[in-house]
Design a protein. Structure first.
Length: 464
């Protein structure tokens, strides 16, 4: 039987999140390479709903700007409760019929599989309401699921619960599947007669039950998946849980993560089998690492592509492409626009920016390479600086194939060193160097005999 498709998903993202103590709206706080809202939208989009509506309120401009794909914002001008928020969204979906899924915008661990299972169960039982529930060790702060012999009777919010109800460990997760028609009717009957003075979406459960409609519940397989974050402590805990989920999934797919507790991998990172990730490494954004590459230890990659069997050791890179069997590090910084060809080397204390480095070319150590094109099989000596900035504009340096740049050179762009050319150590290259030539750009050495004895008497013995 094919999976059911919801007609609409409504994401509640209008809350202020005051306990975050932040100018950033709560749902936009990041973890695992996306915002909390981004994770929720990613899961919701996997269900291919006809409509994906995000209810915004506090920080509406920021939240709306963060929406992707088919998601569209609906403004809740006054935050009068979750029931009011859903009514605001449903008013923009006036003619839709079918299953409406409602999810909170601050539950980043929710998976598409869990949401799909809820929708399938809802349609299979032809319920008016099906809620996702969880059994938790500490239910404080959550609405309690009150059952009787026939099923779910109501959800009672913490502030409205009596002592007996507070003992219940099954809680609502703020995730619901509704039949659109009965939902509209119940929303019109909500009142604010409660401790918060708000229209509770949870009251729809009781209204549907009193009307003799079917109210179902699906217990989440993993209660952690339903957790939200109201402050930074809870956000850090969700980030840790998400980290564990991502790392375990990669290990089961054939990646060697040598110390899972110190490795952080974003949700959109791609790792092929037989990749090794050493301790204290972080892979962010849309980084891709090909088969057999070794990352770390102590390495951070953001939006990079690493070729097969490459090695990146104790280094940082952003927006770089590292070719197959290339070696990077230790203590190397690859900035955006860096492209290292196959078997290229960017060694210790090398910084590279906006530069294309050809196959088998080596930047062994202690160099800055900026705004450059370097051919194949070339070597850049230690202490070399690509002088790319004249104080107003950036200029490009070009090195051909099989070039040898001596140690402690300054290559003052724009300048070209053609195929097979050499430059002498200590040179400041300001003019193009023809193919096969040796460029020497330094003063002739002069030795002044006896200078120390005359100018620095008593500063040590001077050989006769």
């Amino acid at each position: 039987m094919p999976s059911a498709r919801p007609v609409a998903v409504i994401v509640l993202a209008a809350g202020e999140g005051t306990r975050m103590r932040s100018a950033t709206p709560k749902v936009l706080h990041p973890l695992g390479g996306r915002t909390m809202l981004g994770h929720v939208l990613h899961a919701a989009e996997a269900l291919s709903p006809e409509h994906l509506v995000v209810v915004v309120g506090h920080g509406r401009e920021q939240v709306t700007a963060a929406l992707t794909g088919k998601a569209r914002a609906v403004v809740q001008e006054t935050q009068d409760g979750t029931g009011h928020a859903v009514r605001v969204a449903l008013d923009t979906l006036e003619h839709v019929e079918g299953t409406v899924l409602v999810v909170p915008g601050d539950a980043p661990l929710l998976t598409a599989a869990t949401l799909q299972g809820l929708v399938d169960a809802h349609e299979r039982t032809q319920a008016a309401t099906t809620l996702l529930t969880a059994k938790v060790a500490d239910p404080t702060g959550y609405g309690r699921v009150v059952r009787d012999a026939t099923g779910v009777r109501a959800i009672v919010e913490q502030k409205d619960a009596d002592p007996q109800t507070l003992l219940i460990d099954e809680v609502g997760t703020s995730v619901y599947a509704f039949a659109a028609g009965p939902l509209r009717e119940a929303l019109g009957k909500l009142t604010t007669a409660n401790a918060q003075g708000e229209q509770y979406l949870t009251d729809v459960v009781g209204l549907h039950r009193d009307a003799g409609l079917t109210v179902g519940a699906q217990l989440a397989d993993d209660p952690d998946e339903t957790r939200g974050a109201n402050d930074r402590v809870q956000l850090a805990e969700l980030a840790r849980l998400l980290r564990d989920r991502i790392v375990v999934a990669h290990m089961r797919a054939g990646v060697a993560v040598l110390d899972p507790q110190t490795v952080w991998i974003d949700a959109d990172v791609t790792l092929e089998p037989d990749v090794t990730v050493a301790p204290n490494s972080q892979l962010h954004g849309r980084t891709v690492v090909r088969r057999g590459a070794v990352i770390g230890p102590d390495t951070t990659l953001t939006d990079c592509e690493v070729g097969a069997a490459a090695t990146v050791l104790k280094s940082h890179a952003t927006g770089a492409v590292i070719g197959e069997q290339a070696t990077v590090g230790p203590f190397t910084y690859l900035r955006p626009g860096t492209v290292l060809g196959p078997r290229a080397k960017a060694g210790a204390y090398v910084e590279v920016k906006n530069a294309e480095v050809g196959a088998d070319t080596k930047l062994p150590h202690l160099s800055y390479v900026g705004d450059a094109t370097i051919g194949e099989r070339s070597n850049v000596g230690a202490g070399t600086i690509f002088v790319n900035y004249d104080g107003h504009d950036k200029h490009r340096t070009t090195l051909g194939d099989d070039v040898r740049i001596g140690s402690n050179n300054s290559l003052v762009a724009p300048v070209t060193v053609a195929d097979g050319a050499y430059t002498a150590a200590g040179s400041a290259i300001t003019q193009d160097v023809p193919a096969g030539a040796l460029a020497v750009a330094r003063e002739k050495q002069t030795n002044i005999n006896g200078w120390v004895a005359r100018k620095r008497p008593g500063k040590g013995d001077v050989p006769a």
